[in-house]
Design a protein around this ligand. Structure first.
Ligand code: AMP
Length: 210
């Protein structure tokens, strides 16, 4: 099973990836996490990536594809691709790369969310530095540490209202066409993302167990 998990920023890809990993023997590749780790390392490449990512723009395709190939080669497990592909060029490159490795995409899952929800959700989320859990926080009742592991919570620098709106417009322009690339291939399914995370996961699991 190799799954492409699509959806606009804030749709719940990270949350659903964590649930998928618990339920199925899958390897999770979040290109956003890969980039944030490189940025946190303070390398020269990380500094350049930081400028792009923190503004909510997309990292050039060639760079993303070259970063991804080594990670894909490092595992024999089925993979959840979270946040990749984000352009039609990346989708084509992924198909070519997987074909070279005698693998292929088995499911493309699009988590659909109304645009009005997106900015709200993004601006009310925090992530745990230690375990990576993503939480929605209520401004009235701020949470200071991760309820699962006690780790420190932080707000991603690209999760401000202005950058969230920009990421949404980048998504519409560059990533939505990826939907057309996959639709019609028999592997594409849309899931209602405007439900509890548990219900979204239930819908995903049904599709994977078919
Ligand atoms: P995410 O954690 O998936 O929301 O990604 C955070 C940011 O990382 C995005 O807004 C982009 O700046 C960058 N990014 C993540 N994945 C990709 C990708 N496949 N192609 C280009 N940029 C990406």
């Amino acid at each position: 099973m190799n799954i492409v998990l699509m959806g606009c920023p804030g749709a719940g890809k990270g949350t659903q990836s964590a649930k998928l990993q618990q339920a199925f023997p899958l390897y999770h590749i979040s290109t956003g996490d890969v980039l944030r780790a490189e940025i946190a390392s303070g390398s020269e490449l990380g500094k350049k990536l930081g400028e792009i990512v923190n503004q909510g723009n997309l990292v050039p395709d060639e760079l993303m594809i070259s970063m991804l190939e080594g990670i894909v080669r490092s595992t024999d497990k089925g993979i959840i691709f979270d946040g990749f592909p984000r352009t039609v060029g990346q989708a084509q490159a992924l198909d070519e790369m997987l074909a070279r490795l005698h693998r292929s995409i088995t499911h493309v899952l699009m988590i659909d969310l109304p645009e009005e929800e997106v900015v709200n959700r993004i601006c009310s989320r925090k992530q745990c530095k230690k375990c990576g859990a993503i939480l929605r926080v209520d401004a009235e009742k701020p949470v200071v540490s991760c309820p699962s592991c006690g780790g420190e919570l932080y707000t991603r620098p690209d999760d401000t209202p202005q950058r969230a709106k920009h990421r949404l417009s980048v998504y519409r322009q560059s990533t939505l066409p990826v939907k057309d690339y996959y639709q019609g291939g028999g592997k594409y399914t849309e899931i209602n993302g405007n439900q509890t995370p548990e219900k979204v996961f239930e819908d995903i699991a049904k599709i994977l167990q078919k």
